[in-house]
Design a binder for this molecule. Structure first.
Ligand code: K7E
Ligand code: CUA
Length: 620
């Protein structure tokens, strides 16, 4: 109670100096997310931590943005698909190889790993629409561990969604192309182009992604997907549009048919088909062709050009959002299973059985004047929250009855909405974040292009209540919110006796020349580099022009938050070594001359002295 009283005084009519003092007093008694005012509800005082992590995709920045909720402070940017000089990502040997020279990615949907349908806090999966890749981020270190280029696919937008025990990560594509992407006239679109869904698995031991199998789907655009839960756990759903198979001016031509489809598939059955050899080998991948091998995949007609599809926490329903039809369509898994069992099909499309709309439908929910439903998330009380892109609002409704309970305007044009643990079998309710596309007049102007916005909404009561609005860099599409105590990051990298690049004592540092390859086994500590302790100047590296240089650097400050950097002035390179970490940077010393090298990460009072020299003797 003390907290409340003091805080009320603090926001009363007093001078700024006094206010600071009183607010500080109030903080002592305030717990995170409590208090009377909106400001208090989002204020996380020094010494306290946020209650949730929010993992937001960075869109075409190719990065992952990590926020705290309820403060909505950005804590960290984790580079995944694009280079990041600040952390040396894409510069050191390992991450450079992982990026393979690519400059960008377009990351839409983060997916946290799950156990029994609950986020387990171990990994986060990401996909790249631009360069058709998938990646996995280890949440012990918040670093990208593996990136896989997925062959035979073109723009896995409909991803990544994991099954309830992280058996598979699915990546269906947004664009149809001829499999293998050979030059093929668009006149042959319907005959030769395909959409492809890939099923990935994660080898947790080695932190490597693998492609288990692929499915050649009709040449339509696969937009969003979600895995089933509990009773529907072996199944997954995805929306598809452009079933018109239009090849130009899609905004008109892909919007003609009144119905497109939700694709329903049983991933256990597909895996069994692969086991039974019912696939063809295509560019080294096992690919199922549904028109040849029947089973496991079905189509359900749904309202015009659907965007999101979301499975309810109980696993009973899936909700397709209309985009061009102002309705959320609720379908029943049980009804679909029944129709499949009884083979009640309304024919086939591209060799895939089509279920009858009415046989799977529960209801269409169409709130008055709510336009452009895109995505739905859930709370702990059986409520769904759907973003309305065109009417700029979030609609709260009961998914079992279709009853609309509340609506709140957002500023403006929301894409996804995400609620605390909203994709799990047991959402928390409490908070919802609306990821808006347009900020317009919300912030100080930074020119013609404005930031995106994220709005924090309190959903603990009957009425939704807007708490806070924060800007975001381009461009979060989706985010997932996980309880903070489920994430267990390490504090320092443990010593690795098997790492032959690591040197843990200054006395073990050395520079080894093999032909024109030079390996430097060095250490970084506050506040010096040691590359070879036997040298007259242990912080000097001498090479010949044209040598291939490998700098293996170990940070021997086993001390939380003491990170060192390594840059060579004029060589356009930087690497980071976190506490206890060993990292390697390799490059060809093509420029002769004298180049200062230095620590880029402020690490101590003598950080500025943490330097040395890189001398490159010119070719004779
Ligand atoms: Cu609606 Cu790419 Cu999920 Cu953007 S997507 S909003
Ligand atoms: Cu080490 Cu700065």
């Amino acid at each position: 109670m003390f907290g409340f009283v003091a805080a009320t005084v603090a926001f009363g009519n007093i001078s700024p100096g006094q206010q600071q003092q009183k607010t500080a007093a109030a903080n002592g008694g305030t717990t995170v997310g409590s208090g009377n005012t909106d400001a208090e509800k989002v204020y996380v005082p020094l010494g306290k931590k946020d209650e949730y992590y929010l993992f937001a995709s960075g869109g075409h920045s190719g990065q992952l943005f990590v926020y705290g909720v309820p403060s909505m402070r950005e804590i960290r940017t984790v580079p995944i698909f694009s280079p990041d000089p600040a952390t040396g990502y894409g510069f050191d040997s390992e991450t450079k190889k992982m990026l393979g020279g690519l400059q960008m990615g377009d990351f839409h949907h983060p997916a946290l790993s799950e156990t029994n349908g609950d986020y387990n806090g171990k990994y986060l999966f990401a996909t790249d629409v631009e360069n058709s890749r998938a990646a996995v981020v280890d949440l012990k270190t918040f670093t990208t561990k593996d990136i896989i280029k997925v062959p035979n696919t073109s723009g896995p937008h409909c991803a990544a969604f994991v099954t309830q025990n992280t058996e598979y990560v699915f990546l269906p594509t947004r664009f149809a192309v001829p499999i293998g992407q050979q030059y093929t006239s668009l006149d042959e679109y319907s005959q030769k182009y395909r959409g492809v869904m890939s099923a990935l698995t994660l080898d947790q031991q080695n932190e490597k992604l693998n492609i288990a199998y692929q499915v050649a789907l009709p040449p339509w655009s696969y937009d969003l997907s979600d895995a089933g839960k509990k009773g529907s756990g072996d199944w997954a759903v995805m929306t598809t549009y452009n079933t018109e198979e239009a090849t130009s001016t899609l905004e008109i031509n892909a919007s003609k048919a009144d119905r497109d489809y939700v694709v329903l598939f049983n991933w256990k059955e597909l895996a069994q088909m692969v086991k039974d050899g019912k696939y063809e080998e295509v560019n080294g991948q096992k690919m199922i062709f549904p028109e040849k091998e029947k089973g496991g995949i079905y189509l359900i007609p749904t309202a015009k050009s659907p965007h999101g599809v979301d499975v309810t926490p109980d696993g009973k329903y899936f909700i397709a959002s209309g985009k061009l039809a102002p309705a959320m369509t609720v379908f029943s898994f049980e009804k679909a299973f029944e129709a499949i069992k009884n083979k009640e099909f309304a024919g086939e499309r591209n060799g895939i059985p089509v279920l009858q709309y009415k046989k799977v439908l529960v209801k269409e929910v169409n709130p008055d004047n709510a336009l452009g439903p895109l995505h739905t998330t859930f709370d702990d009380k059986g409520n769904a929250y759907t973003s309305m892109f065109i009417s700029s609002e979030v609609v709260k409704w009961k998914y079992a009855t279709g009853q609309v309970l509340d609506r709140i305007p957002v500023q403006y044009s929301p894409g996804h909405v995400t609620a605390a643990e909203g994709d799990t079998v047991s959402p928390d309710g409490k908070y919802l974040v609306s990821l808006n596309k347009l900020a317009k007049d919300n912030f100080l102007s930074v020119g013609p292009s404005h930031p995106e916005t994220m709005q924090l909404i309190d959903i603990s009561g009957q009425k939704m209540h807007l708490l806070d609005t924060v800007p975001a860099n381009p461009e979060p599409h989706y985010a997932q919110m996980i309880k903070a105590d489920k994430i267990h990051p390490i504090n320092v990298y443990p010593k690795d006796p098997n790492n032959k690049d690591a040197v843990y004592k200054q006395d073990d540092t050395k520079i080894v020349r093999t032909g024109n390859r030079v390996d430097v086994y060095g250490t970084a500590m506050r506040s010096r580099f040691t590359f070879d302790h036997t040298q007259k100047r242990p912080d000097e590296i001498d090479v010949n022009q044209g040598d291939h240089v490998y700098i293996h650097l170990t940070n021997i400050d086993f001390d939380e938050d003491i990170t060192h950097g390594f840059a060579i002035n004029g060589y356009d390179i930087n690497m980071e070594v976190q506490p206890g970490q060993t990292n390697t940077l390799d490059f060809v010393a093509d420029k002769a001359g004298t180049f200062p090298l230095y620590c880029t990460n402020f690490c101590s009072a003598l950080h500025q002295e943490m330097t040395g020299y890189f001398l490159v003797k010119p070719k004779q």
